[in-house]
Write a new protein. Structure first.
Length: 278
């Protein structure tokens, strides 16, 4: 049962990042109780590391999700840190990165989850940007072809200039989507990173159009909406006015949330009910 979002067609989920200091079942239990529309599992150890997660544990996770009648919407990769880099000039890392994402896609298929989410890689800051761009295009083309066979789509996010020198703004994201040319590669905006790049939801609407399919709906510095100073209500109303009928997920990265993640989740759900739906 959702939060009445069918009235406006948007759906809300919540990334499990702030539950990393607890077993994954704590996140699943909370999602069962809080009436969001689906789940967004952040895939890193020890909860769900695709590189070394035992098959028996994966079978149990699928059972736990089904037993709670949860809707797995997206698996979010741990992909902003070494050794994961789609654009690197180091051949071994470039190839192992693709194997990592292939494992993510396999995991999504097994859990009956239709999407994974990835971030752009980066080239060395003193190398030719075009070379790094082309390496990343080739890698993502490989991944979209692999994912298509598995029935999985890929969300690609823009990131800060400290994370990538390739895809920071919405126009760069659109160019990359066009260069890859895959129907199952979809643009994602993160309201925190978007604002720090000097952009607004309207920039993503204008530049991505029908390739805009997912929103990380977090306040400044990936905090609970309504606590960081970004115009979250305005973003929401802009999406509604455009007719966006996709999903929003909140990514809470502040370490304070690790102590009592359920309280942070409650604050997020309260914001949806009392501010967005007021």
């Amino acid at each position: 049962m959702g939060l009445g979002l069918e009235v406006v067609n948007l759906k809300f989920t919540l990334m499990s990042y702030h539950y990393l200091r607890y077993p994954i079942r704590k996140y699943l239990d909370k999602m069962e109780r809080c009436e969001l529309d689906g789940i967004d599992i952040y895939c890193t150890g020890p909860q769900l590391n695709p590189f070394d997660y035992a098959l028996g544990d994966l079978i149990q996770l699928r059972r736990d999700i089904k037993d709670r009648h949860l809707n797995p919407y997206v698996l979010t990769a741990e992909n902003c840190v070494y050794p994961v880099n789609l654009a690197t000039s180091d051949l071994q890392t470039w190839e192992s990165t693709q194997r990592y994402y292939q494992r993510m896609i396999d995991t999504a298929e097994f859990l009956e989850c239709p999407h994974i989410q990835i971030c752009p890689g980066t080239g060395y800051f003193d190398e030719d940007k075009e070379s790094a761009w082309n390496r990343q295009v080739e890698a993502v083309q490989n991944l979209t072809e692999y994912a298509k066979v598995k029935g999985v789509s890929i969300f690609l996010e823009t990131c800060k200039v400290t994370t990538t020198n390739l895809i920071v703004k919405s126009k760069e994201l659109r160019k990359f989507l066009d260069d890859v040319g895959a129907d199952n590669l979809i643009g994602l905006s993160d309201t925190d990173q978007m604002s720090q790049a000097g952009e607004h939801i309207t920039d993503y609407i204008e530049n991505l159009g029908d390739k805009y399919g997912f929103v990380h709906f977090s306040d400044l510095n990936h905090t609970i909406p309504g606590t960081g100073g970004l115009p979250m209500k305005e973003y929401y109303e802009t999406l509604k006015a455009w007719g966006y009928d996709g999903w929003c997920s909140c990514e809470m990265c502040a370490r304070d949330y690790f102590i009592d993640p359920d309280a942070a989740t409650d604050a997020y759900v309260d914001f949806i009910r009392n501010v967005l739906h007021a």
